[in-house]
Design a protein around this ligand. Structure first.
Ligand SMILES: CCC(=O)SCCNC(=O)CCNC(=O)[C@H](O)C(C)(C)COP(=O)(O)OP(=O)(O)OC[C@H]1O[C@@H](n2cnc3c(N)ncnc32)[C@H](O)[C@@H]1OP(=O)(O)O
Length: 639
């Protein structure tokens, strides 16, 4: 572990010297003289006196360095049957025109812009155009329904929204624009303008005076010069689910982000100028922001924007086809995608049909990588399969194999070792460090490195309450796990009520809020249970109000439909069961952990404070339908 060990120790010995050196790979309009502002803990600011423009770093400087004719972006869309390439020169010009179009709608430095778009080049252009103006983008994943979009509009209060008329899922068109119209109706805050890409698959109606056609406005616009911003100015807000229904607006600054992206692209992923990186994640997620859009372009590499799925567009060889067509060097996706491919092509026969000689490694993140998927992918590709552990909040890997620095041994079930910038500690409930090999709360010692969230959007108090208040001096990740004797980290899952469905982080609380709002529901719980393909899926349990006149099956179907309509298809809540009562403690706390573990086929420890153990006996056949009660022994309190 020579190169990695040296880098980690350099960072540990003098973090400011380490990040000061890393900052030299960024083009600043005013280079940093001060590296870290520690004046107001727990709020730390990286490069507080520096100034830059992120779009210049991603685009213009590569053109100026003579790479203008290199491909910056490949758009590969099996759902529309198209593929298109943009050179760095073309992408720079398109972004400069889009920035001008947004400026003509009144968007300027510090203004927020919501981007609600499918995986089309205009989405990447819109993000970079905001960066060029010093505006703050907030991309909302297309699988969210109108009320979720409305909640983000109200929190971010955007001056403008950039959208598309529709998205294209393999089996249906998704009408984005009607959902945007509904969200604006629902929201208290009203954006002054919408810039809409009309897709030929389904055009939409534009609202006079508010909506503008992308094609008309952007094509005719003159190029807009880049606006230098403070390194500490926000580049984007990305909402993620917390334990309650209200999403958390993760803030990413400009300077720390550029430094972290450049460092990680080279040293974690091993990607440099001229290489081809493909992060097969929607741009609505952190992986899409960091490793589809920003990091490859900041590094002068080519990035792939893929509008398709791992299977069904047209088959389980889709990923291998893209790698072969575009000479992909590194593929980054979620374990769910690999499980989907494995299910359709268990013998990996389709792998052999394509020339994958360009591929150096497969990186996986977003959810736990189970050893069976790790083994299958390793055998199928004959290449390093590298689990990364990180979060929307951190923006880049907390732990990984440092592939760009050196090859280290991989261990199935582990995300390998901490990256420079991250001091991982495993703490018990009292905040004491546990011995190696012992499970506990995975925490990071403050300050967090460049690129990690400095706060939540306009909510410093919630930032402290959510992440920093459990253990003084530490960031609480919300994940549980352990470090082994070689300091490899094993992440075992969330310790809170966040559910991870196919790499999508969802709040049990927000789904419960939808169920609880039904007039026939007395009380309810949503728990995330293990699923062989999506990692976890939510399941709902509800108690009908006495006197409510509704058949249980009708209520169950109605609740599934409501969650889809109010949160979106991404929630994947397919099963709600009506039960007589929910298990609770004597103080009225619903025993979600116990239900989750029962549904996962485990033998949960039952708290001695349980109000009525017979309630658990009654719901066990619902949660574990294939296992008769006698198979598992009686559930007795006191464990
Ligand atoms: C490390 C930091 C992080 O964790 S950042 C987060 C990283 N996570 C990811 O990148 C997510 C990885 N997962 C995926 O990319 C997808 O789940 C993959 C594996 C491709 C499978 O996709 P899919 O077959 O659509 O299943 P799904 O469970 O994602 O979708 C559930 C329903 O939602 C729909 N959906 C999906 N995307 C959209 C979209 N952009 N616009 C509208 N709808 C969308 C799907 O069609 C599906 O709907 P339905 O229920 O089948 O009708």
């Amino acid at each position: 572990m020579d190169a990695y060990q040296r880098a980690y120790e350099d960072w540990l010995t003098d973090p400011e010297a380490f990040w000061g050196a890393a900052a030299r790979s960024v083009t600043w309009t005013r280079p940093p003289r001060r590296i870290l502002d520690r004046d107001r803990p727990p709020f730390y600011r990286w490069f507080p006196d520096a100034e830059l423009n992120t779009s210049v770093n991603a685009l213009d400087r590569h053109v100026e360095a003579g790479r203008g004719e290199q491909t910056a972006l490949v758009y590969d869309s099996p759902v529309t049957g198209t593929a298109r390439r943009y050179t760095f020169t073309q992408l720079t010009e398109e972004v400069a025109r889009a920035a001008s179009a947004l400026a003509s709608l009144g968007v300027g430095r510090g203004d927020r812009v919501i981007v609600y778009m499918p995986m089309i080049p205009e989405a990447v252009v819109a993000m970079l155009a905001c960066a060029r103006l010093g505006a703050v983008h907030s991309v909302v994943f297309g699988g969210f329904a109108a009320p979720e979009l409305a909640a983000r509009i109200d929190d971010a209060r955007p001056k403008a929204v950039v959208a598309a008329s529709c998205g294209i899922e393999p089996t249906r068109l998704v009408p984005y624009k009607p959902m945007l119209d509904e969200a604006i109706d629902l929201a208290t805050h009203k954006p002054v303008a919408c810039l809409v890409v009309q897709r030929e698959q389904q055009r939409c109606v534009l609202v006079a005076g508010r909506d503008h056609d992308w094609e008309h406005l952007v094509t005719a616009a003159p190029p807009h010069p880049p606006v230098p911003v403070a390194a500490t100015d926000p580049l984007y807000i990305l909402y993620t689910s917390g334990t309650t229904g209200r999403p958390k607006g993760i803030v990413r600054d400009n300077g720390g982000h550029a430094v972290a992206m450049a460092w990680s692209m080279r040293n974690v992923y091993g990607i440099g100028p001229g290489d081809v990186m493909w992060a097969a994640s929607d741009i609505g997620w952190a992986v899409g922001h960091s490793y589809t859009v920003y990091a490859p372009l900041l590094a002068g590499a080519t990035t792939i924007l893929y509008e398709g799925k791992p299977v069904g567009t047209p088959d389980a060889g889709a990923f291998w086809r893209v790698i072969a067509d575009h000479g992909v060097n590194v593929l980054f996706t979620a374990p769910t995608a690999i499980r989907a491919i494995k299910k359709e092509d268990p013998g990996a026969e389709l792998v052999g049909r394509y020339d994958l000689s360009s591929l150096r490694a497969l990186f996986l993140a977003g959810e736990r990588l189970d050893p069976a998927t790790f083994d299958w992918a390793t055998d199928a590709l004959g290449l390093p399969v590298i689990d990364n552990w990180w979060q929307t909040e951190t923006g880049w890997p907390v732990a990984s194999s440092p592939f760009g620095l050196e090859r280290i041994p991989l261990k199935a079930g582990s995300a390998s070792v901490p990256m420079p910038g991250y001091d991982i500690r495993v703490l018990d409930a009292e905040g004491a460090e546990v011995p190696r090999g012992t499970e506990g709360a995975l925490c990071l010692r403050l300050p967090l490195p460049p690129g990690a969230l400095p706060t939540l959007w306009e909510d410093d108090d919630r930032y402290v309450a959510s992440y920093l208040s459990a253990f003084d001096g530490y960031y609480l990740t919300g994940d549980g796990g352990f470090l082994d004797e070689d300091r490899y980290v094993f992440v075992l899952g969330r310790t809170d009520d966040v559910i991870n469905v196919a790499g999508h982080r969802l709040s049990a609380g927000s789904m419960e809020a939808v169920l609880a709002a039904h007039p026939a529901v007395a009380e309810c719980a949503v728990v995330g249970v293990a699923d062989p393909f999506k990692g976890q899926v939510p399941r709902g349990l509800v108690v009908i109000k006495s006197g409510a006149e509704i058949a249980p099956q009708a209520l169950e179907a109605d609740l599934v439909a409501r969650v889809r309509a109010e949160i979106g298809p991404v929630a994947s809540l397919r099963r709600v069961d009506v039960v007589a009562a929910l298990p609770k403690t004597r103080s009225g706390k619903i025993l979600r952990r116990v239900m989750r573990e029962l549904a996962d086929g485990r033998s949960p420890a039952i708290p001695s404070t349980i109000e009525d153990a017979s309630v658990l006996e009654a719901i066990r056949p619902v949660l574990v339908p294939d296992s008769p009660v006698s198979d598992r022994g009686p559930l007795s309190p006191g464990g």
